[in-house]
Design a protein around this ligand. Structure first.
Ligand code: DP6
Length: 319
């Protein structure tokens, strides 16, 4: 009744920012992401505990976090109480903790602990109920999520690339993604235009991915991220996720391009900047980002695979 699974965080190149169904966590528009090898979460689930508990990096989770974990277990038909322990194996913990890798690993570990055999699409749909972006961390690689589950559309090695993640801040962000996208949807005058743009961006991004056009895909990802932040900035009250170092990185990446190095920025609902580039350019991009004032660390990540069970206790039998 115990199992451990791992999953990678992912970063979206066409972003999910708006739900068409708040309760079911269904997106207004499709998104495309790539899983990142160095951002790994390991989660152990032990069933048959006296009560539900959740530890994240040794810290007792909040009630809201525990409720989200329980929602995933309930949806999987797991009624046993669970002791859940989750570890983010990130070289720096500075605000990079990811709900995507966490809920993907949780769905895989919980179902394995319960002796359930579920396919990837079912696990993806379960992970989605914890956090929308977690649906994409189950298949990993290059993944598209449009409806109830996500699927891999290209393997991790399809397009040689690196994402250099510059750590531009510390601690939890003031407004989480859930609240941020809700506020944008309800109050930003640009939100409808943002969603329409995503619907145009996704097919175009898939075409560029198929053509292995890194420059085209990078430029599209940068535009898409800027437009998501434009939507958020126009919310009421406005959502400003950037720190001074974030802006410094955006300029550094633009300067790299002016000097002939292909690099493009993307930013999630937080201060960190991830720069897309070719593998051979990663050392130059990393050095440039590290030299930006306020950048605490930079992680060079390669595309990674999906969630997988790494250990299961012998008494967990299929039911
Ligand atoms: C900016 O998946 O964290 O990272 O579904 O409410 O849990 P909930 O939100 P979440 O939002 C991720 C937003 C994003 C863009 C993306 O990953 O596509």
């Amino acid at each position: 009744m115990k199992a451990t699974a791992v999953a990678h965080a992912n970063i979206a190149l066409v972003k999910y920012w708006g739900k068409r169904d708040e309760a079911l966590l269904l997106p207004e528009a499709g998104s495309l992401s790539v899983a990142l090898d160095r951002l790994l979460t390991t989660t152990t689930v032990e069933l048959g505990a006296p009560e539900d508990s959740l530890l994240i990096d040794g810290r007792k989770a909040s009630d809201a976090e525990l409720r989200r974990a329980r929602a995933v277990l309930d949806a999987a038909g797991i009624r046993d109480r669970a002791r859940i322990e989750s570890r983010n194996d990130f070289p720096t913990a500075a605000g990079l903790a990811s709900s995507a890798s966490g809920f993907a690993a949780l769905a895989a570990a919980a179902c394995a602990a319960a002796g359930q055999r579920r396919g990837e699409r079912e696990l993806s749909a379960l992970a989605r109920l914890g956090s929308g972006s977690a649906a994409r961390s189950v298949p990993g690689g290059w993944a598209v999520w449009e409806d109830r589950d996500a699927a891999q559309v290209a393997s991790p090695d399809h397009l040689p690339m690196r994402l250099v993640v510059a750590v531009c801040g510390e601690g939890p962000k003031p407004v989480g993604s859930r609240e941020g996208m809700k506020r944008s949807r309800e109050t930003s005058p640009y939100h409808a235009a943002w969603i329409e743009q995503c619907r145009r961006d996704l097919p175009e991004a898939l075409r560029l991915l198929r053509a292995r056009d890194l420059a085209g895909l990078g430029a599209l990802a940068e535009r898409n991220a800027m437009r998501m932040h434009a939507d958020s900035l126009a919310a009421d009250p406005p959502l400003l996720y950037w720190e001074p170092a974030t802006v410094g990185c955006l300029h550094a990446v633009r300067r790299l391009r002016e000097q002939g190095t292909g690099a493009w920025s993307t930013i999630d609902a937080g201060p960190h900047v991830a720069a897309l580039c070719a593998p051979e350019d990663a050392p130059r991009v990393e050095a440039a980002l590290r030299s930006v004032p306020g950048v605490r660390d930079a992680l060079v990540c390669a595309p990674a695979g999906g969630a997988r069970v790494v250990e299961r206790s012998s008494d967990a039998r299929p039911r």
